[in-house]
Write a protein that binds this ligand. Structure first.
Ligand SMILES: [Fe+2]
Length: 188
């Protein structure tokens, strides 16, 4: 029987052939780098899992359903970003903290742009362009709300690792090495 873990690992393996949103690394390299940075940064396993899967809405979901990853973007009511579609895909399987951190990884960028001017200056050209499509810099009201969330530190940490996880030909742990963690949540 094919499990959710099998399907997810298969989609991740295939994402090695997909370029990460105009950056010079593949989607798989990006995911593995992000997870490694979390691990090296002392994140617990839940947050490492969130980092590994944060872009699952890019490679494990039909992109025709997603509003922000393709040229022919869906707009208007019902259009949802890859972070929402991805969070929804994994939500039945993982702790809420994991799916929430995935769901808000675009908002975390909008938040950081609002509270740290130097953060915006460091964003890659691609990331600046998607910021617009993701709603732009967060309003002061939304900043105050976001800052109060109990998991805000996780969201910000994931975001910073996400931004760094674009280094060409960086050595990382392999997908196989992450497979036990993925199976522990999705093979049930
Ligand atoms: Fe990412």
């Amino acid at each position: 029987m094919t499990t959710m873990a099998d399907r997810l690992l298969d989609a991740m393996a295939r994402s090695a052939a997909r370029r990460y949103s105009g950056e010079a690394v593949s989607e798989l390299e990006h995911a593995l780098q992000c997870a490694d940075l979390a691990r090296q940064g002392g994140a617990d396993e839940e947050l490492q899992l969130a980092c590994l899967l944060h872009d699952v809405g890019r490679y494990a979901v039909d992109q025709a359903l997603v509003s922000d990853t393709t040229e022919t973007t869906r707009v208007g009511p019902g259009a949802r970003g890859h972070q929402e579609v991805g969070a929804e895909l994994i939500a039945p399987w993982v702790p809420e903290r994991v799916s929430w951190s995935v769901r808000v990884h675009a908002d975390a960028k909008r938040y950081l742009c609002a509270i740290e001017p130097e953060y915006f200056d460091r964003l890659s050209a691609v990331s600046r362009d998607t910021l617009r499509r993701q709603g732009g810099v967060m309003s002061p009201d939304d900043v105050a709300k976001f800052a109060e969330h109990p998991w805000v530190r996780d969201a910000v940490a994931l975001r910073r690792w996400d931004d760094e996880a674009k280094v060409v030909r960086k050595q990382t742990r392999s997908l196989e090495e992450w497979s036990p963690l993925i199976r522990s949540w999705f093979d049930r």
